[in-house]
Design a binder for this molecule. Structure first.
Ligand code: PRP
Ligand code: MN
Ligand code: MG
Length: 183
């Protein structure tokens, strides 16, 4: 048991389940974008591991780009104020964008990004999220593709953090409440 694993209450999605579902998501993206050249846009930091696996699973001719936003400021509740901490490094006018997210929670991040990207001249936007937590939605935003619906528990791993830790767990786990109650 690693230092990280001692803080995990239970495993919610195993490595094997991630692999199988991401292969399905990649196939769905291939069917939709075959013959096109979509721009996969990862939302840092949470999406970086999912991005690496999803774009390989898709087998598409595609570009990759990242944008970094933050609304949690190290806490466990979305502040609702989304800040861009690293902006797009290319013109996206006329591009077909595939937003790649680790989790859709309140919807504040993706609601902001959708309007931001449309304002930048994107031709189309689809949202792929690994996890969807619909019970916490504040903004009317839905994913076009989602990997797993998760309950309202504090999930970490496979890119998802608590206070910047646990992103490198190879599975999705639920954090022991004691870990965030003591901070
Ligand atoms: C988390 C997560 C999503 C967003 C989802 O990012 O990775 O991007 O919050 O929450 P929402 O639907 O309530 O907006 P966070 O702001 O923690 O930054 P990070 O990706 O760097 O961890
Ligand atoms: Mn994020
Ligand atoms: Mg975070």
């Amino acid at each position: 048991n690693s230092e990280m694993e001692k803080d995990i209450l239970k495993v919610l999605v195993t490595e094997e389940e991630l692999k199988t579902r991401i292969a399905e998501l990649g196939e769905a993206l291939y069917k939709r974008y075959e013959g096109h050249r979509p721009l996969f846009l990862g939302v840092l930091k949470g999406s970086f591991i999912f991005m690496a696996d999803l774009m390989r699973a898709s087998q598409l001719m595609c570009d990759v780009e990242f944008i970094a936003v933050s609304s949690y400021q190290n806490g466990t509740v979305s502040s609702g104020r989304v800040q861009i901490t690293h902006d797009l490094q290319q013109d996206i006018t006329g591009r077909e964008i595939v937003i790649v997210e680790d989790i859709l929670d309140s919807g504040n991040t993706l609601a902001f990004l959708k309007s931001y990207l449309m304002a930048k001249g994107a031709k189309s936007i689809s949202i792929v999220t690994l996890l969807d937590k619909p019970s916490r939605r504040e903004k009317a935003v839905e994913a076009d593709l989602s990997g797993f619906v998760v309950p309202d528990e504090f999930v970490v791993g496979y890119g998802l953090d608590y206070a910047q830790l646990y992103r490198n767990l190879p599975y999705i786990g639920v954090l022991k409440p004691a870990v965030y109650e003591n901070t």
